[in-house]
Design a protein around this ligand. Structure first.
Ligand code: NA7
Length: 545
C-alpha cells in the first residue's frame, strides 16, 4: 500500500489487465484526459498476474489473443509469440511490455484496492475510496476488473482444519509450489483443473482428482510457432483483425453454414475429426446448430465421448470422465493437452464427487461418503464468482443511494452490458450481458474500450456532463439478452456462465450470446444515433432518447 492521495480526475479506472491498460492509453494518450488506474496487485496483468498455477495457458490462440493494430502496428510487427496457445508467463511479459512501451505504470496505483465508489449527485462526480485511504473524485468511473477475478473457495465443512498447505489456482504463489513426493488432492476439473492436473501428476507422488461434473474437453493442439507461421500471420494481420470483429465469437474463423444432421453420419464424423486434429475451439464451429438444437449437439457430444473412451485405458474411469448430464459447450469446454492420458498413470486416482460428494475437509485430507483420502496438500481449482463477483466488491452506489448489488439482486440489468440505469457516468468493460467470456476476450475488450473512448470524446465535443441509460433501453436490452439466451441450449447446464457455481447467486446467463459481430453492430448503431437509449444531460446536452 502506498501513500494516500486525494485527487480530482477525469476518470478512475479499476484494474490493470488487458482492458485497464488499453483504457488508460486511450484516455490519457488519445483523449488527453487525466486518469488513474487502481490495481490490487503490485504489477500489471490482471488474470495473467494472479493465475500462475502450473500449466496456466490461454485457450485462445496467441496471434489473436493480443492487441490489434488499434493499439500499435509496430508492436504487432515486433512481438513474436513462441507458442500457438501462449502460457501465462509469456502473456504476462506481453502485458508488461505494453505497460512499458506506453509508459502506463506512472498512472497506475498498485497495491491498492477500491473499497467503495459512490456517485455524488451534487458534484456530478464519482467518489472513489481505497484501502490506502485515498479519496479520489472523477467524472467517469470505468471498471476494468475482468470476468474471473474473485475466487470461489467452497465452504466445505472443516475446510480450515486441514494441516497441510492449500492453494487456489487463481491466487497461486509467485514463488511456485514444489509437490515432489507429495500426495495432492485437486478439487475441480474445469478449464483450470484440466491444465493443472497433468503438470502436478508429473511431479507429485500421487494425485487424487475430485470431479463433480465431467467436461467435454477438446484437444488443444498446442505447438511452437514457426518463423514461417509468424511471418504469414504478420502479413495478414489486417484481414485477421477484420474477421475477428465480425464473427460470432471473435475468432478469425466462421461457424460453418450447415446443420449437423444435414450431413450423413460418416461425413459428420470426418468433419469432427478434421476439426479435432486442428485443435482448439474450431470443433464448436463445425455446424451452425450445435448450440441451438439438442439432437445436433448430441452428435458432437458423442464424438467427444468416443475420444475419451479411445484414450483412457480403464473403461470405468473413461465412463466417469465422459459427460452425459449436459449438452456440449453449455459449460465452457476446457482445452486439454494430454489430460485424459493422465488417468492412465499409476499415480492418479479419479474420485466421482457427484456420486460420493465431498463431505468434509479433515486435518489430514478429504472425506467423501466413501471414506477419507489422506493427502499432504490440497489444490482448489474451483473457479470464480464470475462477472459480478468483483463488481459487487467495489461497493458501487449510484443515484439516491442505490447499490449495484441491490439493483442486480434479481440478475444484472444493463444497457449493452456496459452501463446501468441509476449509475451515471459508469462504464463496465466486458460487463455482464456483453459478449465478454463468450468470445475472444481481447477483441471484446478492444471493442468496449474503443466504444467508451469514442463516447467520451462525443460527450466532450457536445459539452455533455452526464450519460445514463434510460429505462426503456435497459429493459429492452435485458429482454433481448434473455430472448437470445433462451434460443440456445446454454441455460441447460449448471455452469459458471449462469452463476450456478456460487450458492445463492441469481441464475441467468451472464455473458451475451448474440455474437461479437452482431453486438458490435448494435453498439455502433447506438453511437451513430447520438447514443440512442442514453439520457445525456448537463450543459450543452443535445439528446435524451
Ligand atoms: P470452473 O470452470 O468454474 O471449474 C471449477 C471446478 O470446480 C468445476 O469442476 C466445479 O464442478 C468444481 N467445483 C466447484 N465447487 C465445487 C464443490 N463445492 N465441490 C466439488 N467441486 C466443485 O473454474 P476454472 O477455474 O476451471 O475455469 C474458469 C474459467 O477460466 C474457464 O471456464 C475459462 O474461461 C478460464 P462443477 O462443474 O461446478 O460441478
Amino acid at each position: 500500500m502506498s501513500e494516500a492521495v486525494s485527487t480530482d480526475l477525469d476518470a478512475v479506472v479499476v484494474g490493470a489487465g488487458f482492458s485497464g491498460l488499453y483504457m488508460l492509453h486511450r484516455l490519457r494518450d488519445t483523449l488527453g484526459m487525466s486518469a488513474l488506474v487502481i490495481e490490487t496487485a503490485d504489477d500489471v496483468g490482471g488474470t495473467w498476474y494472479w493465475n500462475r498455477y502450473p500449466g496456466a495457458r490461454c485457450d485462445s490462440e496467441s496471434y489473436f489473443y493480443s492487441f490489434s493494430d488499434r493499439l500499435s502496428e509496430d508492436l504487432l510487427e515486433e512481438w513474436t509469440w513462441t507458442e500457438r496457445f501462449a502460457g501465462q508467463p509469456e502473456i504476462l511479459r506481453y502485458l508488461q511490455t505494453v505497460a512499458e512501451r506506453f509508459d502506463l505504470r506512472r498512472d497506475i496505483r498498485f497495491g491498492t484496492t477500491v473499497t467503495a465508489a459512490s456517485w455524488d449527485e451534487d458534484a456530478g462526480r464519482w467518489q472513489v475510496d481505497t484501502d490506502a485511504g485515498d479519496r479520489l473524485t472523477a467524472r467517469f468511473l470505468i471498471t476494468a476488473v475482468g470476468c474471473l477475478s474473485t475466487t470461489n473457495l467452497p465452504e466445505f465443512p472443516g475446510r480450515d482444519s486441514f494441516r497441510g498447505p492449500t492453494f487456489h489456482t487463481g491466487l497461486w504463489p509467485h514463488e511456485g509450489v514444489d509437490f515432489t513426493g507429495q500426495r495432492v488432492a485437486v478439487i475441480g476439473t474445469g478449464a483450470t483443473g484440466v491444465q493443472l492436473i497433468p503438470e502436478v501428476a508429473e511431479q507429485a507422488a500421487h494425485v487424487t482428482v475430485f470431479q463433480r461434473t465431467p467436461n467435454y474437453d477438446i484437444a488443444g493442439g498446442n505447438h511452437p510457432v514457426t518463423p514461417e507461421f509468424d511471418r504469414r500471420i504478420k502479413d495478414e494481420y489486417r484481414a485477421i483483425w477484420a474477421r475477428t470483429r465480425d464473427t460470432a465469437f471473435g475468432f478469425p474463423y466462421d461457424v460453418a453454414e450447415r446443420t449437423a444432421l444435414s450431413v450423413p453420419e460418416d461425413e459428420r464424423r470426418e468433419i469432427f475429426e478434421e476439426a479435432w486434429a486442428q485443435g482448439g475451439f474450431r470443433l464448436g464451429t463445425t455446424f451452425n446448430d450445435l448450440l441451438l438444437d439438442a439432437d445436433a449437439n448430441e452428435t458432437a457430444a458423442e464424438f467427444l465421448r468416443s475420444k475419451i473412451r479411445e484414450r483412457v485405458d480403464d473403461p470405468e474411469v473413461a465412463e466417469m470422465l465422459a459427460p452425459k448430464d449436459h449438452p456440449f459447450f453449455t459449460k465452457r469446454p476446457p482445452l486439454e493437452n494430454g489430460y485424459y492420458e493422465t488417468y492412465n498413470r499409476e499415480n492418479v486416482t479419479l474420485v466421482d464427487a457427484r456420486r460420493t460428494p465431498i463431505e468434509e475437509i479433515t486435518p489430514t485430507g478429504v472425506r467423501t461418503a466413501d471414506g477419507e483420502y489422506e493427502v499432504d496438500a490440497i489444490v482448489y481449482a474451483t473457479g470464480f464468482d464470475a462477472m459480478t463477483g468483483t463488481l459487487f466488491r467495489l461497493n458501487i452506489t449510484g443515484r439516491d443511494g442505490l447499490g449495484l448489488a441491490d439493483k442486480w439482486a434479481g440478475g444484472p440489468r444493463t444497457y449493452l452490458g456496459i452501463a446501468s440505469r441509476g449509475f451515471p457516468n459508469l462504464f463496465m468493460l466486458t460487463g455482464p450481458q456483453s459478449p465478454s467470456v463468450l468470445s475472444n476476450m481481447v477483441v471484446s475488450i478492444e471493442q468496449h474500450v474503443d466504444w467508451v473512448a469514442d463516447c467520451l470524446r462525443h460527450l466532450r465535443e457536445q459539452g455533455v456532463e452526464q450519460i445514463e441509460p434510460v429505462a426503456e433501453a435497459e429493459d429492452g436490452w435485458v429482454a433481448h439478452h434473455d430472448e437470445v439466451t433462451d434460443a440456445t441450449l446454454l441455460p441447460r447446464a449448471n455452469s459458471w456462465w449462469v452463476g450456478a457455481n456460487i450458492p445463492g447467486k441469481h441464475r441467468s446467463l451472464y455473458p451475451y450470446v448474440g455474437g461479437v459481430g452482431v453486438y458490435r453492430g448494435i453498439c455502433d448503431d447506438v453511437a451513430a444515433k447520438g447514443y440512442e437509449g442514453f439520457a445525456l444531460s448537463g450543459a450543452g446536452a443535445t439528446a435524451a432518447v
